[in-house]
Design a protein around this ligand. Structure first.
Ligand code: PGA
Length: 248
């Protein structure tokens, strides 16, 4: 089945209030490529301003807490993201799995909380370099997929982003064959779990995607889009990736 391409910018801890102008430039230019769904996940502090300036745009969080409210200093609940104007959230990014010690069970709880609050979810998985070098990448990532997936979900509302940790922010990317093999394996595992709904789910590749390599990566088998960090901060760098998605 034809899945719409999905290109998502993860701004990480970048952007002050003046960056809303850049987001406006990104979404204005992205409108020229209506075949591609585009979203930006800015820092929490910018979601409200960005959603107010761009009421039609898909704006997301980069994380949420699994609980609805409570004594969790520094955390943000899924309903708070919705309240600020977000329509999606990234969960399980490796910078949180590795940097904040989040395991699969916590990622799963966050994904479930986000879906229950009405957010669409981008659930991230990906192997460290040593696992890739040992030949165990597919097994490692499939275990993450199995353990992090919500018990029940609408496949149209949950995308998986495969982001090899060693490719994030490094300029290194897997071969197109390796990306296709991983995405094919993820799709097969999803089919085992949810049947035909696996054909609806979008599988994004992330890790050093840029305007030069986007067409090749987005054209790989079972790749339905990209999760983009560094190259998503400006329209000049991000739009060529969106255009590559539109050209496929
Ligand atoms: P990058 O980050 O594009 O800067 O490699 C991707 C990500 O971490 O989502």
């Amino acid at each position: 089945m034809a899945r719409r391409k999905y290109v998502v910018g993860n701004w990480k801890m970048n952007g002050l209030s003046d960056a809303v102008t850049e987001a406006q430039a990104i979404f204005a230019a992205a409108d020229e490529h209506p075949a591609v769904d585009v979203a930006i996940c800015p820092p929490f502090t910018l979601i409200g301003a960005m959603a107010a300036a761009l009421p039609e745009a898909a704006i997301g969080g980069q994380d949420c807490h699994a609980a609805a409210s409570g004594a969790y200093t520094g955390s943000v609940a899924a309903a708070m993201l919705v309240d600020a104007g977000a329509t999606l959230v990234i969960v399980g990014h490796s910078e949180r799995r590795e940097g904040c010690g989040e395991g699969d069970a916590e990622v799963k709880a966050k994904a479930e909380a986000a879906l229950a609050a009405g957010l669409n979810v981008i659930l991230c998985v990906g192997e460290p370099r040593a696992v890739r070098e040992s030949g165990g990448a597919i097994d490692y990532v499939l275990a993450q997929v199995r353990e992090s997936l919500p018990v029940e979900f609408d496949p149209a509302r949950l995308a998986i982003a495969y982001e090899p940790i060693w490719a994030i922010g490094t300029g290194l990317v897997p071969t197109v064959d390796d990306v296709a093999a991983m995405h094919g394996a993820i799709r097969a595992a999803l089919a085992e779990r949810i049947g035909a709904g696996a054909e609806v789910m979008r599988l994004l590749y992330g890790g050093s995607v840029n305007g030069e390599n986007a067409a090749e990566l987005l054209g790989a088998g079972d790749v339905d889009g990209a999760l983009v960090g560094g190259a998503s901060l400006t329209a000049a760098k991000f739009i060529p990736i969106v255009a590559a998605g539109a050209g496929l």
